[in-house]
Design a protein around this ligand. Structure first.
Ligand code: OSB
Ligand code: MG
Length: 370
């Protein structure tokens, strides 16, 4: 498989409603889509999950554009690959920039699957025909508004509710939710808003029977999380702190985490995601697939990854309509009664909707080998 062309689209899509976390609010989403073409004219698609601002991690859409254009595309263009695992090996000498690497690698994984007449799920070794999905809910103005939203998502069938918390917006909100929904699987995501000084407050969350608390402490920490986990009954799930299989191993050995949120972009691609998945499976650590407010291209990659057997907990891969009036794939991703049926078409299994994509494209960069 020879990579002959790469195209980068800079996208601008407006979300249906703002999404607020402890670190900031999203509404207009700018991101990159990648398209790789081989010598036979097959194409594959990938998405960069970097945001406009370095809030979640140090990467941004502009740093991704720089790394992809100036370093990653020159490495893959006119190069032959037998398997997409070779892409992450090729990128390994370049440090970090995981979301940039994952975007290019993702396009090549889709291309490889299509060329070999496999679904992306099959190419990864996944077997599930449908996957369970939960939903992530941003910070709301009041507990009453949050309860109203959750009532709607419970009715839609989502398998677990994840709510964002931050200091001043935690114990009371979760108490109100738990009282309103005594049996709904519930978890909280702090996006690094607390420190070990908050240990007494975090212990209070144990009474709400949360399936986990996601990334309570610093985004680069695995030491304090181990100290915190010793004090908490609620399992800690690391998100921001995990960038690789090595991070996963160290966090597991220290006792910093009992569950892992795998995000393809954060760990540098599908090959590394699969390695983390396999390590967790061997060590009895359940995993689930996180979301980064992706368009349908990124969402489709998440669906394929989630077909691996250790994705035991519902992921954040809600329907396209959760965030978008119109997605950039056909059909759109649809969760029905809390399940997404894994598509049977080759590659990511959803067709890019070029007409819709063009309308949201604000810039394009094309690279072709002679
Ligand atoms: O921490 O999982 C997170 C959104 C933006 C940045 C970080 C996170 C999130 C979400 C939403 O929780 C996940 C999604 O629905 O795509
Ligand atoms: Mg998170």
């Amino acid at each position: 498989m020879l990579i002959k062309e790469m195209n980068i689209r800079k996208m601008n899509m407006t979300m249906k409603s703002p999404f607020s976390t402890s670190f900031g609010t999203f509404q207009v989403k700018e991101f990159l889509l990648l398209e790789a073409t081989d010598e036979l004219g097959n194409t594959g698609w990938g998405e960069s999950t970097a945001f406009q601002s370095p809030w979640y991690s140090e990467e941004t859409l502009e740093t991704n554009l720089h790394i992809i254009r100036d370093f990653l595309i020159p490495l893959v263009l006119d190069r032959g690959f037998n398997h997409p695992d070779e892409v992450s090996e090729l990128f390994a000498p370049l440090r970090k920039n995981n979301m940039a690497k994952a975007a290019v690698e993702g396009a090549i994984w889709d291309l490889y699957a299509k060329r070999n007449k496999l679904t992306l799920a099959e190419a990864l070794g996944g077997t599930a025909e449908k996957i369970e999905v939960g939903i992530s809910i941003g910070i709301q103005k009041s507990a009453a508004e949050l309860i109203k939203l959750v009532r709607g998502y419970v009715a839609e069938g989502y398998k677990r509710m994840k709510v964002k918390i931050k200091p001043g917006h935690d114990v009371e909100i979760l108490r109100a939710l738990r009282e309103a929904f005594p049996d709904v699987p519930l978890m909280a995501d702090a996006n690094s808003a607390y420190t070990l000084n908050d240990i007494e407050l975090l212990k209070q969350l144990d009474e709400f029977n949360l399936t986990m608390i996601e990334q309570p402490l610093a985004s680069d920490d695995i030491i304090d999380h181990a100290k915190l986990q010793k004090e908490l009954k609620t399992p800690i799930c690391l998100d921001e702190s995990i960038h690789s299989l090595e991070d996963t191993r160290k966090a597991f050995e220290l006792g910093s985490t009992k569950i892992i949120n795998i995000k393809i972009g954060r760990v540098g691609g599908l090959t590394e995601s699969k390695k983390i998945h396999d390590f967790c499976m061997a060590n009895g650590i359940p995993v689930w697939c996180g979301g980064m407010l992706e368009s349908g291209i990124g969402r489709a990659h998440n669906v394929a990854l989630t077909t691996l057997p250790n994705f035991i907990l519902p992921g954040d891969t809600a329907s396209s309509s959760r965030y978008w009036e119109e997605d950039v794939i056909t059909p759109e991703v649809v969760a029905e009664d809390g399940y997404i049926t894994v598509p049977k078409a080759y590659g990511i299994g959803y067709e890019p909707n070029i007409e819709a994509m063009d309308r949201y494209t604000v810039d394009q960069f094309h690279f072709k080998s002679e």
